[in-house]
Design a binder for this molecule. Structure first.
Ligand code: HDE
Length: 727
């Protein structure tokens, strides 16, 4: 055990080389000063911390609200007279109580009661031949750790000494990211497959109807489950052994349990099982002692750990590995993917590769011990998983549970969980986001760098974690690969087929739409890159778009696969499949003073007979005098533009039409209907308005006879080139 010089009774040691927290109020940098900017700029990676200078500092001299306002009285709430009711206005009181009301988070579903400490892991025997993990690459290399020990079944407030398995979780803050080795003090487990875990835990926790016993396995449901679960027999014996009643957290072994895999720089994989050997040796209590301890000192283990570290008796464990290959695995009479089995160290010796020393108590139990979030999925390049079905289930569970326990997908930003190496990605936002990423690159790939903007980090096959390719061949269904089937690489053949299946006017619409969109793009290289892609779809399309943007036609983008010529598919065109019907469509009938009532009614009746809906529209809605009586309109002209209907009918006297020529809404009504390729039915009187709106006579412009109802069921695409320029 590492002994340090006599400590001051109440202070925590920081032998792991971290700076001691200042206990005197720290002078905060002044806004705009050089120190202020340096602090803000620290790290230089994509995620910049917002200024942390206001962090909750228990050494500060002034009591403030959470928003930094100094408090004058922390003893008396604001009242209406000293004997009157408390005022809702008292924001100091309200903030204090509000925060208190929310101080608890859900406790862990298992391993709720835990005790933890900071420390350091030192590599004593580098094993680069086995793993490329940097923490095991150099003798003497130190990696900070945070280690949490726990009981399994009891709640957070239960006792330390029940008969139970102990959790042994280590978070290594390596320079390549966090590695969480989340183990127990027993080298095997109760079950072989993750799917049984909820049943196991339900059976051991307090019984569902009565809410007891707390932190004990000596009850019906646990033993009922055990009796039906022969695979648990091995672990049951361990749990009934003195391993389950340790004398001290400092005197127990730890195990990774599952078979993991080391991977070296050449990609060679080796199976590995992890062991922690306490430098103090193992020691257990006897059952009677454990029972009495529960009453005499419910915090026996927590106190023991805290006091040892506070007193400079830093507990230490050696990290040992059992490593082996496929052949060795195959030679064993049990499966190395089965977590109910161990490999005796007499069969496969343990090689010690490093030592962990716990040398600093947490500064704050909640912030650190409670909020630490271990995830077996947190590995570093050089450490990988095996197919142990128990381990595979854990890879999902822990990440998931942290969201429910800590309330946010940003739990990795809580200081105890944050890696100590830089991290950068495009994950953004979410509850309690504390980072302020700069720039607009929040997706990848992006080419914003070409325009001199921040373009964010990139994945790297050289330095990044690469899942061990167990069976080599990418198309072997048992191989784990991050790959897509080769045929997926044909990105253009079907785009070409789609384009070539459209009518001429639809192709023009596609080209014009792309021109419109890319004209809004301010990054010239992006416009060019898009057109280069279109060259692979259809040369004519690419040329039209380039011309529409007034840019040179770029060279074709590289196609990952040869483009296959496919037959056009007429089913992909709207125009080729449209129905000329009035069903589901609406016709707008514009009338004004003096219009012939009989014509309005006739058009309406004809439209409805053809299955459409008719809507009358007039300059005023209340009631307009017609040649015969008066009529209220369904819509007011200014508020019912022709884009709200599928065709229009103009029932107007010449005098009314001339008057409407002075009304922009009326002219637009007709002009838009024509421009939107709709049918326009009209009587003779409407002519001045048609002329004013620039309506050229074509198939879609008819009198109000039966021709109109037929025309109203269509759109007149042939008209389009006469009303707008298309790309
Ligand atoms: Fe855990 N386990 N576990 N477990 N476990 C949790 O995660 C789970 C298993 C272990 O100090 C939970 O953060 C499943 C084996 C420890 O914070 C949860 C399965 C081993 C800790 C979870 C297992 C462990 C946990 C609850 C079956 C030994 C405490 C809170 C596949 C190798 C970590 C949390 C700490 C905690 C799930 C089995 C050890 C729910 C689904 C085997 C030491 O995610």
């Amino acid at each position: 055990m590492a002994k340090k010089s006599a400590p001051h009774k109440t202070s925590n040691k920081r032998a792991s080389g971290e700076p001691a927290a200042a206990h005197a109020p720290e002078a905060q940098p002044v806004y705009g000063s050089a120190e202020f900017s340096t602090r803000r700029g620290e790290g230089g990676e994509l995620h910049q911390d917002v200024d942390q200078s206001g962090s909750n500092d228990s050494g500060a001299s002034h009591l403030t609200t959470n928003h930094g306002m100094r408090i004058s009285d922390n003893q008396n709430s604001l009242k209406s007279g000293d004997r009157g009711p408390t005022l809702l206005e008292d924001f100091v009181l309200r903030e204090k109580i509000f925060h208190f009301d929310h101080e608890r988070v859900p406790e862990r579903i298992v391993h709720a009661r835990g005790s933890a400490a900071h420390g350091v892991f030192e590599c004593t025997k580098p094993i680069p031949g086995l793993t490329r993990a940097s923490l095991l690459s150099e003798k003497g290399k130190k990696t900070p750790v945070f280690t949490r020990f726990s009981t399994v079944a009891g709640g957070a407030g239960s006792v330390d000494t029940p008969r139970d398995v102990r959790g042994f979780s280590v978070k290594f803050y390596t320079d390549e990211g966090n590695w969480d080795l989340v183990g127990n003090n027993i080298p095997v487990f109760f079950i072989q497959d993750a799917i049984k875990f909820p049943d196991l835990i339900h059976s051991v926790k307090m019984e569902a109807d009565r809410g007891y016993p707390q932190a004990a396995s000596a009850h019906d449901t646990f033993w009922d489950f055990m009796s039906l679960m022969p695979e648990a027999t091995h672990m049951v014996l361990w749990a009934m052994s003195d391993r389950a009643i340790p004398r001290s957290l400092r005197m127990m072994e730890g195990f990774g349990i599952h078979t993991f895999r080391f991977v070296n720089a050449q990609g060679k994989g080796t199976f590995v099982k992890f062991h922690w050997k306490p430098v103090l040796g193992m020691q257990s209590t006897v059952w009677d002692e454990a029972v009495k301890l529960a009453g005499a000192d419910p915090d026996y283990h927590r106190r023991d750990l805290f006091e040892a570290i506070d007193g400079g008796d830093f507990p230490a464990w050696d990290l040992g590995v059992q490593t082996f290959d496929e052949d060795f695995a195959a030679s064993l009479p049990y499966d190395i993917l089965d977590s109910t089995k161990l490999i005796p160290e007499e069969v496969l010796p343990i090689e010690i590769v490093g030592r962990m020393t716990l040398d600093r108590n947490p500064d704050n139990f909640f912030a650190e011990t409670e909020q630490v979030a271990f995830c077996p999925q947190n590995v570093v390049p050089g450490v990988d998983f095996s197919n142990d079905p128990l381990l595979q289930g854990r890879l999902f569970s822990y990440l998931d549970t942290q969201k429910s326990r800590l309330g946010t997908a940003n739990f990795h930003q809580i200081p105890i969980n944050a890696p100590k190496c830089p991290y950068a990605n495009f994950q953004r936002d979410g509850l309690m986001q504390t980072k302020v990423p700069k720039g607009r690159a929040n997706y990848e790939p992006n080419s914003l760098g070409e325009a001199g903007e921040i373009n964010g980090p990139r994945a790297s096959m050289d330095t990044g974690f690469v899942t061990f390719e167990e069976n080599g061949e990418r198309n072997d269904p048992t191989a784990k690969v991050r790959a897509r089937p080769e045929l997926f690489a044909d990105h253009y053949s079907q785009a070409r087929m789609f384009y070539r299946s459209q009518t001429e006017i639809e192709q023009a619409h596609i080209a014009s739409a792309i021109v419109f969109e890319l004209s809004k793009v301010t990054l010239a290289h992006v416009r060019a890159a898009m057109v280069a892609n279109l060259c692979n779809v259809d040369g004519d399309l690419a040329r039209r778009v380039a011309a529409g943007l007034a840019i040179d036609l770029p060279a074709k983008a590289k196609a990952a696969r040869k483009i296959v010529e496919m037959e056009a598919s007429p089913a992909l065109s709207i125009v080729k499949n449209k129905k000329d019907t009035l069903e589901g469509r609406k016709v707008g009938i514009l009338f004004a003073e003096g219009s012939r009532a009989s014509d309005i009614k006739a058009v309406k009746a004809a439209v409805e007979k053809a299955g459409g809906k008719a809507m009358t529209i007039a300059p005023k809605v209340g009631g307009i005098k017609l040649d015969n009586g008066s009529m209220a309109a369904d819509g007011q002209l200014a508020g019912t533009p022709s884009c709200t209907v599928d065709a229009i009918a103009l029932v107007l006297t010449e005098a009314a039409a001339k008057q409407l020529c002075m009304d922009g809404a009326a002219v637009q009504f007709v002009m838009d209907a024509f421009g939107h390729l709709k049918a326009i039915g009209h009587d003779a009187g409407a002519k001045p308005l048609l002329d004013k709106a620039g309506v050229a006579l074509d198939e879609g412009v008819t009198d109000l006879s039966g021709k109109f109802v037929k025309a109203a069921a269509k759109r007149f695409y042939d008209r389009e080139p006469t009303v707008r320029m298309l790309a």
